[in-house]
Design a protein around this ligand. Structure first.
Ligand code: MN
Length: 304
């Protein structure tokens, strides 16, 4: 376990023990760095989300208007916090192996997995663990396309998440929501994403037409994993992140997407990445990030 209290005061657990859970939280402070050894501002994000949640640990039996009921509703879902996956700022390959192993242990125990990143490279090894869940759809909430094959020779960094996902044979479809402004993508990557068949919904399309057209792309009854980069959310609601981009999704749109995905499909995984506590002086970003993860847990519990 990490030294901070658990997420929402949930019981702690060892993913490699005899895990008995329906939903398990994991922290992943370290992923695949572009500059091995460099300080990563997202490494303390799992602790920041757990800290932001601490004041709400006593309210688990209170009505949550986001979820129209208590966190777990009428479900008897067992939810645990498995602490942080061990890692460091230098060893991308080792970090990836550790994230995949811990996630696989959670899934093998029959639990859904909730991963607290870490930068946006941690979804690659997280998604890799879901190979037994075909047909799996990915709903990405992010300002950025993340379809680079490589950057500076690194194929597993935060600009490559969706391309790596597209190559995994158990992934059936991608829905990418919140795209806006410039990022690592060039026209070539946008063309590649479209050619593969990824469903691209710029933030402007969501603001114009709502979230339903994006949700409608997810076939009913499939397995679904939601990967949420904090920069998908509009900066005023998420002030601490690596690459803020104006014009993002509202909190209401984001939780609507999470709940909507869980209603159409089986939500088997959720990750949240790129929270940057050093740029979050009031703690508002950590609060919003914790609440997004809590909504994912609530949506998963309602399916147990
Ligand atoms: Mn992003």
């Amino acid at each position: 376990m990490s030294e901070t209290a658990t997420f929402l005061g949930l019981p702690d657990a060892d993913p490699f023990g005899a895990l008995e859970a329906d939903i398990a939280v994991l922290g992943a402070p370290h992923g695949t760095p572009y500059e091995p050894g460099a300080e990563n501002d997202c490494a303390i994000a799992p602790a920041a989300m757990r800290e932001a949640s601490a004041g709400y640990a006593g309210l688990l039996d209170h009505y949550d208007f986001d979820l129209e009921g208590t966190l777990l509703g009428d479900s008897a879902a067992r939810v645990v916090d498995c602490g942080d996956v061990a890692g460091n700022a230098s060893d991308g390959a080792g970090n990836r192996a550790a994230i995949t192993a811990a996630t696989r242990a959670v899934l093998d125990a029959g639990a859904a997995a909730v991963l607290l990143g870490g930068d946006d490279s941690v979804p690659i090894p997280f998604i890799s663990a879901f190979e037994a869940f075909a047909p799996l759809w990915i709903l990405q909430i992010d300002a950025h396309l993340d379809w680079r094959d490589e950057r500076d020779g690194e194929h597993n960094g935060w600009s490559s998440v969706m391309r790596r996902a597209s190559e995994m044979p158990f992934i059936e479809g991608l829905v990418q929501v919140g795209l806006r402004g410039p990022g690592s993508a060039r026209s070539l990557e946008v063309e590649d994403a479209r050619t593969w068949g990824s469903n691209l919904f710029p933030a402007a399309a969501i603001h114009a037409d709502g979230i339903e057209p994006a949700l409608a792309k997810i076939p009913k009854g499939v397995n679904c994993l939601v990967t949420l980069d904090c920069d998908g959310i509009d900066p005023p609601a998420m002030p601490g992140m690596i690459y803020p981009a104006p014009g993002g999704l509202s909190y209401a749109q984001a939780i609507g997407l999470i709940k909507g995905a869980a209603n159409r499909a089986k939500l088997v995984g959720f990750d949240i990445t790129e929270l940057r506590p050093a740029k979050d002086p009031t703690g508002l970003a950590a609060l919003t990030a914790f609440r997004l993860a809590a909504n994912a847990i609530g949506a998963m519990a309602r399916a147990v």
